[in-house]
Design a protein around this ligand. Structure first.
Ligand SMILES: NC(=O)C1=CN([C@@H]2O[C@H](COP(=O)(O)OP(=O)(O)OC[C@H]3O[C@@H](n4cnc5c(N)ncnc54)[C@H](O)[C@@H]3O)[C@@H](O)[C@H]2O)C=CC1
Ligand SMILES: O=C(O)/C=C/C=C(\O)C(=O)O
Length: 486
């Protein structure tokens, strides 16, 4: 039986309580292994190790030395690519075809991208005039914040965890990671890579467990944690924000979304269909940036619905290892129940089910897995819960619109504000509508096209703060102004 241990101060460790929980493969619900659940003693040990590492060789390294070491980590992930791929796909059920193009390459790239920003970022400086005529020189000096708690979700486990760990370490901090209880594997494997690359003990730590009354809460409430970065559900973000208020610790929260896709009649239809197929259904719809509300200009509405339906019905469902498969199961039985409850609710709320809406027949070997059908609805009122709440599954509702003003109002009529995708060949309209979107990220004629130097985060209830490029630098460092009287 495989065991997923905590990684504390460079060692893989079990726990004082001996408590474990099961990790299951969502493809067929088979048991993958047992995860050692960190209690307060293990979280204390991890934070203590992380704090001590700031005073050791890590704290004395130059920025260039740290960047070199993180480059080695990125290269080692690539050398062990197949192991990371296998671990990620077993934990999540996602197809190799997806994870080999998105999750694992980005997991490695996250250790390189920020280093370049850091190496090329100038220091702010101001010369101040003084009455004696000699002046004073002000300059900004950045120091690491200290121990950063990284709380990450299950949908893109390695990608989203390293998106935070990469910049945190590049800036000279140390980290304690609490990966999702659903997906412990790649964070654990990364511990091996850190040791292989010679990253000093205590710089990267992993504690496994749940949220409330478990590793997540123990970590975010720990007084020696200097800042907390989190990706996950908005309600969890609120709890973490409360924990962070004690001791005035900084937070970065990237939370849920109910993202609109807006398709104008002057779009390139092939691009709009291909993009919406990805934005609604890739990763089984479990992407916070995904499109769950699609607004299509009335003259092309019927054609769009028909073509998206045809695209969905061509998706190949199956096991991760099959290179032809583009669609896997949801992450867990629990999440399957949540998504299916929305499928039932959509019908109760009056939806027309264009395609899907149920559980696919996968055959005896796989039927116990967390499979659901990719689903399209039309005909729901704007106040339907399915149109307003984040489902986080492979589904979208499509609604016609008549004017630009109307669709801007519809798209913004949500408590969330993470992303939007606009499909039009009219560039003036594209920028006008993009600027009117109340979101953190707006794509035009694309989706999930990521430049890691750009700001990433959400507006409204989709989050607080921005990471990526220089924005990450703001979060992961303390900026001191030095004023020298000349
Ligand atoms: N990227 C995103 O925006 C994601 C959104 N979700 C949404 O959230 C829903 C629930 O999924 P969950 O995995 O349960 O999300 P969640 O927000 O509960 O979990 C995310 C992470 O936070 C941790 N956590 C939970 N409660 C905590 C607490 N009180 N203190 C500290 N850490 C805590 C979890 O253990 C996990 O590591 C999904 O159905 C989906 O709608 C889920 C995953 C990712
Ligand atoms: O590209 C990224 O950094 C992040 C992408 C996706 C999410 O944040 C998410 O699904 O949670």
């Amino acid at each position: 039986m495989h065991e997923f241990k905590n990684f504390i101060n460079g060692e893989f460790v079990t726990t004082a309580s001996g408590k474990t929980f099961e990790n299951r493969n969502p493809v067929d619900n088979s048991l993958l292994g047992l995860v050692h659940e960190a209690g307060q003693p293990e979280v204390d040990a991890a934070v203590k190790a992380a704090k001590a590492a700031m005073q050791g060789p890590w704290g004395k390294m130059t920025q260039a030395e740290r960047i070199q070491l993180l480059d080695k980590v990125a290269n080692r992930i690539n050398e062990r690519f197949d192991e990371f791929l296998d671990a990620e796909c077993k934990d999540t059920g996602k197809p190799h075809k997806i994870a080999s193009h998105i999750d694992i390459p980005r997991g490695a790239a996250n250790f390189k991208a920020f280093s370049e920003t850091l190496a090329n970022h100038p220091t702010e400086a101001f010369k101040l005039d003084t009455p004696d005529g000699r002046g004073a020189l002000n300059y900004g000096h950045r120091t690491p914040k200290g121990v950063i708690a990284v709380i990450s979700p299950w949908n893109l486990p390695l990608l989203l965890m390293t998106w935070k760990v990469g910049p945190a370490l590049a800036c000279g901090n140390t980290v304690v990671v609490k990966p999702s209880e659903e997906t412990p594997a790649t964070a654990t494997l990364l511990g091996e890579v850190m040791n292989e690359c010679g990253v000093p003990k205590g710089v990267y730590n992993v504690v496994h467990g749940f949220g409330p009354d478990s590793a997540g809460a123990f970590l975010t409430e720990h007084p020696d944690v200097s800042a907390i970065t989190f990706t996950g559900e908005t309600r969890t973000g609120e709890i973490i924000m409360r924990a962070a208020s004690v001791g005035l610790r900084n937070i970065s929260l990237e939370c849920g979304g109910k993202n609109p896709g807006i398709v104008f009649a002057d779009c390139d239809m092939d691009k709009a269909i291909e993009g919406t197929m990805r934005s609604a259904f890739v990763n089984c719809g479990q992407v916070c940036l995904g499109t769950e509300r699609v607004y299509v200009e009335r003259p092309i509405f019927d054609e769009f619905v028909q073509r998206l339906k045809e695209g969905v019905e061509k998706l190949k469902l199956g096991v991760p290892e099959d290179p032809e498969v583009d669609f896997g199961p949801l992450v867990s039985q629990e999440h399957k129940e949540k998504v299916l409850s929305y499928y039932r609710l959509a019908v109760e709320e009056g939806a027309t089910v264009v395609t899907g809406g149920g559980v696919p027949e996968m055959g005896e070997a796989l039927n116990a897995g967390a499979w659901v059908e990719p689903t399209i609805w039309t005909g729901l009122p704007d106040d339907a819960r399915v149109v307003r709440e984040e489902v986080f599954g492979p589904c979208c509702h499509i609604r016609p619109f008549d004017t630009e003003e109307e669709v801007i109002e519809l798209a913004n009529d949500t408590k969330y504000g993470l992303s939007a995708a606009i499909w039009t060949e009219n560039s003036a309209r594209a920028s006008r509508v993009a600027e009117a979107m109340e979101v953190g990220i707006c794509w035009v004629n694309s989706w999930f096209l990521r430049d890691l130097r750009t700001a990433f985060g959400g507006a409204k209830e989709s989050g607080i703060g921005r990471e990526g490029g220089v924005h990450g630098l703001e979060f992961y460092t303390e900026l001191k102004n030095v004023c020298i009287k000349l």
